[in-house]
Design a protein. Structure first.
Length: 300
């Protein structure tokens, strides 16, 4: 394994935790890079290094001896990622994976989401230029679509298992790309296992391509009951989101995300070539089985 030692920033978060697990399962040696005041705990075998995450010198010292660095910091903090790339170069890190993981930010030109995620877009632009100047430094961007299990818990798909209800946007037939958080972790591990194939590339890799109606059908079949369906128009959601944004309410991000993914005709699902899946060893998931396991673990 050429990239054996991997540092994860934000290793105790919603995305960082499954990435750490997948890396450990794949045989990587994992180090958690945490804030100076962090009290987070980590799985056995994970080394912890604390640093001032805004200090180039501090972060570079924490990165020493690492072959790869994975950033999983929250969207609200992504404006500070450039220091991670600079520190990786100073420390001799070979591969850096920025905090992307959701929608493909390289395809947001002209979208409101593009303006809201401009720090992410600018950071990948920064990585592209750094890789040109420092050939020993490489990067990989990873888009995995909407987080499936997290999205079910927090309403992204409009479904409530507890209430046996769903809010369908437009026709409910628009296809979307989505991945469970565990799959995100496996994708990161696959990228680091296939160093040459993934260097200096932005990769789309989703576990499922599905629609709200398909998800609804599977939940109803598994529960043996009909769910209450309400309908909403993405045009109305978008109008309300613009009103929120104009008043400084950045919770509008979620509304714009829903419109981007679920509006009829938007056509944003990933098209992952089968050869790419085979090369990375990442097969499509079994959505029906995943929903069954989700229901079982929910105990509702």
């Amino acid at each position: 394994m050429l990239l054996n030692n991997v540092a994860v920033i934000g290793a105790s978060g919603n995305v960082g935790t499954p990435i750490v697990k997948a890396l450990l399962d794949a045989g990587f040696t994992v180090t958690a890079i945490a804030r100076l005041d962090s009290t987070s705990t980590y799985p056995a075998g994970v080394e912890v290094r604390k640093a001032n995450l805004h200090s180039l010198d501090d972060v570079a010292k924490a990165f020493l001896g690492q072959d790869a660095v994975v950033s999983t910091i929250a969207t609200s903090a992504v404006g500070g990622q450039d220091v991670f790339a600079d520190a990786a170069i100073v420390a001799g890190v070979k591969r850096y994976i920025p905090s992307e993981f959701g929608i493909n930010t390289r395809k947001l030109q002209g979208e409101v989401l593009g303006k809201m995620l401009k720090s992410k877009i600018a950071h990948v632009d920064y990585l592209i230029e750094k890789a040109k100047s420092y050939p020993s430094f490489t990067w990989t961007g990873l888009a995995t679509g909407l987080f499936f299990d997290w999205g079910l818990n927090f309403g992204t798909f409009g479904l409530s298992l507890k209430n046996k209800s769903i809010r369908i946007l437009d026709s409910g037939n628009e296809l979307v790309s989505t991945s469970s958080l565990s799959y995100v972790g496996k994708a990161v591990a696959a990228i680091l296992t296939h160093e040459a194939e993934t260097a200096n590339k932005y990769i789309e890799m989703a576990e499922f391509t599905t629609s709200q109606n398909q998800i609804l059908t599977m939940f109803e079949e598994e529960r043996g009951t009909k769910f209450t369906v309400t309908n909403a128009k993405t045009a109305d959601i978008e109008k309300a989101a613009h009103s929120k944004l104009s008043s400084g309410d950045h919770s509008s991000f979620v509304d714009f995300l829903l419109v981007y993914n679920f509006r009829d005709g938007n056509g944003h699902p990933f098209c992952v070539p089968e050869e790419t899946r085979k090369a990375l060893g990442l097969a499509e998931g079994d959505l029906k089985r995943t929903i069954k396991e989700y229901i079982r673990s929910s105990s509702i």
